[in-house]
Write a protein that binds this ligand. Structure first.
Ligand code: FES
Ligand code: CO
Length: 335
């Protein structure tokens, strides 16, 4: 049951706001088809299924702030109640069961976030101050889909050791692969790393320097990163939000911010992030087991892996199973 999933209590990134036009949009969240659509004042998220004969509401259209099923024209209002069945004579009551399933939905930082378990209490939305700060310019990277479990994708984002290899020449340099010891702290309901000094290129411009990386694990599938070059005062930040579509299929929404080069074309930063995530994709898709092992005895951890260790521990504490350690848990239970 989707409600039993820990990730169903989370605000998950479903789409960029600018990708939702006046047409309904189908997305997949935790293996459920969801339709997003705009009303005059809000964005709505329903299960993408008409209760009459199961057609996808996303193939229909929005009329008078209602979504109209493409098959027989049933019309659902923004609270999910069916308000019109065209085949019925006027005055005949609409069955009370004629409803669409509604999910909680908010728009923030240019991203539409959906919470699949509406009974879950207050789950915090990830924060990303740079988006609201006029000292930064923020661009949305292209949504990028990987055939990989969301926790593997998030962990790769937190993995500072691979920059010198996977991103050699674009972010890192293999002559400078050493990672200084750092610690990870639990602070205000999230994990925050110390500043990690890396000889790196912050943004692919070819200017290598000592860059100070700070990572924060905000939620089970959302993390952020801040890179500072103290010599120039340049700051490059990123919000990295992963949508678990299926157990082994994830889509990344990344906001990329800078406090410099406001005149540079935004497309440069979009293209750069695209290059980086494409370099990551084949590696992450190759990882076995596909599910992130939450048992800390599995795989081998070194000092630079402290962020991964914190992340795995947190997922374990939360009881996350979707796309993580279902296999090893079942094995343990059977022992
Ligand atoms: Fe939607 Fe019939 S399936 S109206
Ligand atoms: Co990478």
């Amino acid at each position: 049951m989707i409600k039993d999933l820990v990730l169903a209590k989370e605000w998950l990134p479903a789409a960029y706001s600018h990708d939702l036009t006046d047409q309904p949009l189908q997305v997949t969240i935790l293996e459920e088809r969801v339709v997003l659509f705009r009303t005059t004042n809000a964005i709505k998220a329903f299960k993408d299924l008409c209760i009459h004969r199961g057609a996808a509401l996303s193939l229909g259209k929005v009329v008078d702030d209602c979504i109209v099923c493409p098959y027989h024209g049933w019309k659902y209002d923004d609270a999910g109640a069916c308000v019109k069945i065209p085949q019925q004579p006027p005055g005949r009551a609409i069955p009370s069961k004629a409803k669409a399933q509604v999910y909680a939905c908010v728009e923030k930082y240019g991203i539409i976030w959906v919470k699949m378990n509406s009974e879950a209490g207050d789950t915090p939305l990830p924060f990303y101050d740079e988006h609201l700060n006029s000292g930064f310019k923020t661009v949305c990277a292209n949504p990028h889909t990987l055939q990989a479990a969301a926790p593997r994708v998030v962990e790769n984002f937190l993995d500072v050791s691979h920059l010198a290899f996977v991103h050699e020449g674009s972010l890192g340099h293999s002559d400078y692969a050493e990672i200084p010891d750092y610690k990870v702290h639990w602070k205000d309901n999230r994990y925050v790393s110390d500043e990690i000094a890396v000889y790196a290129d912050a943004d692919g411009t070819g200017n290598f320097a000592t860059i100070y990386y700070t990572f924060e694990i905000l939620r089970p599938t959302v993390a952020r990163l801040k890179k500072v070059n103290y010599e120039t005062g340049e700051i490059f930040s990123m919000l990295f939000a992963v949508l678990p579509e299926e157990e082994r299929k994830s889509t990344v929404f990344a906001l990329v911010s800078r406090n410099y080069s406001f005149d540079a074309p935004d497309q440069y930063f979009r293209d750069f992030q695209q290059l980086i995530i494409e370099q990551d994709t084949s590696i992450v898709e190759s990882q076995k087991p596909e599910e992130l092992p939450l048992d800390l005895q599995a795989e081998l951890h070194l000092n630079p892996d402290r962020l991964s260790i914190a992340y795995r521990r947190w997922l374990g504490d939360l009881g996350v199973t979707f796309g993580s350690d279902i296999g090893s848990r079942l094995k343990k239970a059977a022992q």
